[in-house]
Design a protein around this ligand. Structure first.
Ligand code: ADP
Length: 545
């Protein structure tokens, strides 16, 4: 017997309708590409999203056609988010910080038809246009008088396009499994692969972000969105924000400490999610400006870090500067992205910071909706004993079933489990501790050394801005850890001091064999340390004569 409840499709338009109807006056604030702060609200976003939909219709865009964006975090990008998805087309956000050849590959592979771009990316668009034969037109995200002088076919002006359209448009209803958004993984090796979300997966993932044990996004929130809108749909937060009517604050292209602090203070930010690099920069700026900034009236109490392991110092500074408890989350593009989140259990909630630090350093605990397990090399599930290390597998309604166009072949097993490539252990309550990405593990004499743990300890030294640990070849041990350090400006620390600092924190055989000081560490387009590049350069470091 079937239940007798309604089969309403889970569509992104239902999230936007909710925001417009009940929270229309709630603000959407952007630091525009032009510079000034621009104030919009949910009613305006929804109205302009309908104009976007009408414009797409006039341009002849069909259902499921891929609409490309090359844009920063601002309200125009958000309008396109909703205008494209709600009308049944596919939002294809492309990371403009990738190598131009990768951008070309991604746009071409996805068969994008129109490219909406910020004027800052005009040179990139002009460079790529001759090779993008399938693209029908380029829309510059600006006013008529700010149009860039670029030589691309069918150049259109976004504000002109919208000005010509009515805001009368009824969002269509369709199958909830219809594709909504396409995001490519940055693919540190090989070509990037597309992850194609559906309306259903996006709406279910939004519910997950509203849950109290994850981001707890709600109507009282003022959300600072530091994750790029071009990276896994900004972790899905814009959709959850619509479904609650939360205020959104978009930092544009300015993620430096001073600019973020200004928004946190002036826009009464209550929640902010960012990668550790962004937090490190913000806190480094705050540290230098403690005397001139007033932290007493800040409302930021919920902070989340994800994308790579959060260093202890970030957790400490979030507590010291905001009185905030750091939520450490883990996920990936292939899972929309949320898989775990480090909200505390009853017995942990009243512990002081030092006592609960080990919990915050873990990558969070499994949330309802994303099934997570750890398996050995033969794919057998390992005990949840907080010790047994293996690869993480995931499955669930917001986990991919295959990549776009079947790239990479069959990527989930017959039971739907997807191999993440992350290596971890899990405890009884579902807290995971990631020790490495499968390709980054250091195997010294057959024993594993966690590069992530060593990096976390190294950045807790006051003179260290950023650290990376890689496996360097070794004649006796096959691999040994090599520590690369980017010092804070004007700070000084020697190799011996650093090794002494680490020596009472890890087993002796974990201590790096050498420390290399660098002016900068290379990063992927999503802000992670680019270890492949470091391995290319330094894997032979210990073999030097
Ligand atoms: P990519 O950087 O490859 O484009 P994603 O942005 O989807 O892909 O990143 C996913 C990967 O980031 C995960 O597989 C994992 O290796 C890493 N990651 C994400 N969150 C964390 C975390 N909290 N701690 C450690 N690693 C993390």
């Amino acid at each position: 017997m079937f239940g007798l409840m309604q089969q309403r499709p889970l569509l992104i338009s239902s999230l936007l309708d909710y925001a417009e109807r009940y929270h229309g006056a709630i603000e959407i604030i952007s630091r525009s590409v032009e510079g000034p702060i621009v104030r919009s609200n949910w009613a305006t976003i929804a109205r302009r999203a309908r104009q976007v939909a009408n414009a797409l219709q006039r341009l002849g865009v069909n259902r499921s056609e891929r609409i490309v964006t090359l844009a920063w975090n601002h309200s125009r990008h958000l309008e396109i988010y909703f205008g494209v998805t709600c009308s049944g087309a596919v939002l294809h956000t492309v990371n403009p910080r990738l190598f131009p050849e990768q951008v070309r590959f991604i746009v071409d592979d996805a068969e994008g038809s129109y490219v909406f771009f910020d004027v800052t990316f005009a040179p990139l668009v002009e460079q790529l246009a001759p090779q993008l034969s399938r693209v029908k037109g380029y829309v510059a995200l600006c006013e008529r008088d700010a149009m860039p002088a670029v030589n691309v076919p069918n150049l259109l002006c976004y504000e002109q396009l919208l000005a010509d359209e009515s805001d009368d448009y009824a969002w269509p209803s369709f199958d909830e499994n219809t594709a909504s958004a396409l995001c490519y993984t940055s693919g540190t090796t090989g070509n990037p692969k597309g992850v194609l979300q559906s309306h259903r997966s996006a709406v279910l993932h939004s519910f997950a972000l509203m849950a109290a044990d994850t981001m707890a996004i709600c109507a009282r929130d003022s959300l600072l969105l530091c994750a790029p809108l071009f990276h896994v749909n900004c972790w899905g937060i814009p959709f959850a924000a619509a479904g609650t009517g939360a205020k959104i604050v978009l930092p544009g292209m300015k993620l430096d400490g001073a600019s973020l602090f200004e928004l946190i203070r002036d826009e009464d930010i209550t929640f902010c999610g960012a990668v550790p690099t962004v937090w490190l920069n913000l806190f480094a700026w705050m540290e230098q400006n403690l005397n001139t900034t007033d932290q007493r009236h800040l409302k930021l109490k919920r902070v989340l870090s994800g994308g790579s392991a959060v260093p202890r110092v970030v957790i400490e500074k979030a507590h010291a500067y905001f009185g905030a408890t750091m939520l450490h989350a883990w996920g990936m593009t292939e899972m929309s992205p949320l898989g775990t989140c480090g909200s505390l259990l009853a017995r942990q909630a009243d512990l002081d910071l030092e006592q609960r630090m080990p919990v915050h350093l873990k990558q969070g605990r499994t949330i309802y909706g994303a099934e997570v397990r750890i398996v050995d090399d033969e794919g057998r599930e390992l005990p949840r004993d907080g010790r047994s290390i293996g690869e993480i597998q995931v499955r669930g309604p917001w986990v991919l079933s295959s990549y776009f166009k079947g790239a990479g072949g069959k990527v989930v097993d017959d039971d739907g489990w997807f191999r993440t490539g992350d290596v971890a252990h899990m405890d009884q309550e579902g807290f995971i501790t990631i020790t490495d990405r499968a390709k980054d593990v250091i195997k010294s004499g057959g024993e594993w050394i966690s590069s992530i743990e060593l990096e976390n300890l190294a950045v807790s030294h006051p003179a260290v801005l950023e650290a990376a640990v890689i496996a360097a070849r070794h004649p006796t041990w096959q691999e040994r850890p090599l520590l690369l350090i980017h010092r804070k400006p004007s700070a000084d620390v020697t190799k011996d001091e650093l090794l002494r600092f680490l020596s009472d924190k890890v087993a002796k055989w974990w201590l790096p064999d050498d420390v290399v000081f660098v002016d900068e560490l290379p990063h992927t387009a999503t802000g992670k340390v680019l270890k492949t590049n470091l391995r290319d350069r330094y894997a032979g470091w210990l073999e030097r004569a």
